[in-house]
Design a protein around this ligand. Structure first.
Ligand code: SAH
Ligand code: DHB
Ligand code: MG
Length: 222
C-alpha cells in the first residue's frame, strides 16, 4: 500500500464519478497559481461533503477555513433554494482568491465570506443570534478546533451535522505523546466530541491524493 496506488485509485474514482467541472477546475488552478497551500479537499471528498449536505437537506452551511473556496463551491452547490454558506477565512489574500473563484462558479449570492480570525467571526455570529446552521465544516487551524467546536455548538440545533477535516494526520492522532499542536488540537477536539452527551459521532480514516488522513462526523442530538 502506498501513496502512488492511493493516487491511482482516487484518479479512477474521480474520473468515474466526477465529470470535469470548469468552475472547480479553475478554483484549483487559480489557487495553485496564487501560491495557496494545497490544503483543499480532494475532488471525491468535496463530493462527499456535497452528498452529506444534500442528505441532510441543508439550507444553511457554516464553513470554518475557506482557502481558495474549493470546498465552499461544493457546499454552496448543495444547499436548498434560498440557502447560504457562511465561510470564515483569516487571510485576506486567500479570501480574495476565493471570492473570485466563487463568483466564477456563479455562487456569489449564496456565499458570504467573513474575513478575520474565525473565533471572532464565530463569536459575532453567536452574539447577533443568527439562525442555526444545518451543516458545519471545521477545516481551519487545527489547534483551535476545540474552540471552534464550542462555538459551533452554540450555532447548532438538534440535527445539525458537524464535520471536522484532517483528524488522522498520518495516524499521529493515536499518539498521545505527539508534540505537534495540530495533532493535540485534533485529539482534544475528538475527546470533547466523545465526552459531549449532545453529540453522536464517529471518525473515519481516509487515504488518497491527500495522503493518509480522515474526518470526524458528529450529529447534534439535543
Ligand atoms: N476548506 C478548504 C481548505 C481550508 S485550509 C478546502 O477544502 O478547500 C485552512 C484555511 O484556514 C486556510 O485558508 C487558512 O488561512 C485558514 N485559517 C487558518 N487559521 C485561521 C483562523 N484563525 N481563522 C480563520 N481561518 C483560518
Ligand atoms: C492542513 C490543513 C488542512 O485543512 C488540510 O486539509 C491539510 C493540511 C495543515 O494545516 O497541515
Ligand atoms: Mg482540511
Amino acid at each position: 500500500m502506498n501513496q502512488e496506488l492511493w493516487m491511482a485509485v482516487d484518479k479512477y474514482f474521480s474520473q468515474a464519478f466526477l465529470p470535469s467541472d470548469a468552475a472547480l477546475d479553475h478554483a484549483l488552478q487559480a489557487s495553485q497559481a496564487a501560491g495557496l497551500p494545497p490544503h483543499h479537499v480532494a475532488p471525491n471528498q468535496g463530493k462527499l461533503l456535497q452528498l452529506l449536505a444534500q442528505i441532510q437537506g441543508a439550507k444553511r452551511i457554516l464553513e470554518i477555513g475557506t482557502l481558495g473556496g474549493y470546498s465552499t463551491i461544493w457546499l454552496a452547490r448543495s444547499v436548498l433554494p434560498n440557502g447560504c454558506v457562511v465561510t470564515l477565512e483569516v487571510n485576506p489574500q486567500y479570501a480574495d482568491i476565493a471570492t473570485d473563484n466563487i463568483d466564477r462558479a456563479g455562487l456569489a449570492e449564496i456565499v458570504d465570506i467573513k474575513v478575520g480570525k474565525a473565533i471572532d467571526s464565530l463569536r459575532q455570529l453567536v452574539k447577533v443570534g443568527v439562525e442555526p446552521f444545518d451543516v458545519i465544516f471545521i477545516d481551519a487551524d487545527k489547534p483551535s478546533n476545540p474552540d471552534y467546536l464550542h462555538e459551533s455548538l452554540k450555532l447548532s440545533r438538534p440535527g445539525t451535522v458537524i464535520i471536522g477535516d484532517n483528524v488522522v494526520r498520518e495516524g499521529e492522532v493515536a499518539n498521545a505523546a505527539c508534540a505537534d499542536p495540530k495533532v493535540q488540537g485534533v485529539r482534544h477536539f475528538c475527546e470533547l466530541i466523545a465526552l459531549d452527551p449532545r453529540l453522536s459521532a464517529t471518525a473515519i480514516q481516509t487515504v488518497g491524493s491527500k495522503g493518509y488522513d480522515g474526518f470526524a462526523i458528529a450529529r447534534v442530538l439535543y
